[in-house]
Design a protein. Structure first.
Length: 220
């Protein structure tokens, strides 16, 4: 009788390695956001990830490096959402106010009120003062990149005559702050804003923004 030979591919060591690393990162994100840096333990993270303590040390060396990796991963995911949203920024608007409201609505929904962004803000507020060095990836990759990207779009609208802006970076920071103004406190308390609340916040933000930076023709 001829012995059947399996043609199924053997498990890929690299895939197994990547899967373990992803499990560790996901578990660490949950535990750090829930317990904070000081209270979180490698043992708890290992149990949540389904790996051994030594596996975590093999991947990340120590708790500080694991926390930094979590912050970097959350920041990169937040940036991915932002740049995907920026693809819909009004570059040559026929109705500046309406199109900015649409953009502000997407910005709030996809970025400012996104679960990862809220969790990252809470983590920074809880741990940033005590462990500022652990947030180096956020400093390098976080809000300044977002402000620069939005500011560049506002600068283009200024050059095309839609807006009157002296400093696009300041305008970008102010725009984000205005969009987030009515949503910030609720998001910190775990409230998920309704679509109507997000839209209302966007309308109020754009109205105020255009009073400061909109040319007369653009306002009307």
């Amino acid at each position: 009788m001829t012995e059947m030979v399996s043609t199924s591919p053997a498990p890929s060591p690299s895939r197994s390695h990547a899967a373990k690393r992803l499990s560790i990162l996901e578990a660490a994100t949950m535990i750090f956001c829930r317990d904070g840096f000081a209270s979180a333990s490698i043992e708890t993270i290992a149990a949540e990830a389904g790996v051994s303590r030594q596996t975590i040390y093999n991947h990340y060396s120590d708790k500080e490096k694991l926390f930094t990796a979590v912050v970097k991963d959350m920041t990169e995911r937040a940036n991915a959402g932002l740049f995907a949203t920026l693809a819909g920024f009004p570059e040559r608007p026929s109705d500046l106010a309406a199109e900015l409201v649409d953009f502000a609505t997407r910005l709030a929904s996809n970025c400012l009120c996104n679960r990862d962004c809220i969790a990252l803000r809470k983590l920074i507020q809880a741990e940033g003062e005590r462990y500022p060095e652990l947030f180096a990836p956020w400093r390098a990759l976080g809000p300044e990149r977002a402000w620069a990207a939005i500011g560049a779009r506002f600068a283009k609208l200024h050059h095309l005559g839609y807006l009157d802006i002296d400093d696009p970076d300041i305008a970008a920071r102010q725009f984000q702050a205005l969009v987030n103004a009515d949503l910030f406190v609720g998001s910190l308390l775990g409230d998920k804003p309704t679509d109507a609340q997000v839209r209302a916040a966007a309308v109020a933000a754009v109205r105020t923004f255009l009073k400061a930076y909109g040319k007369t023709a653009a306002k009307h």
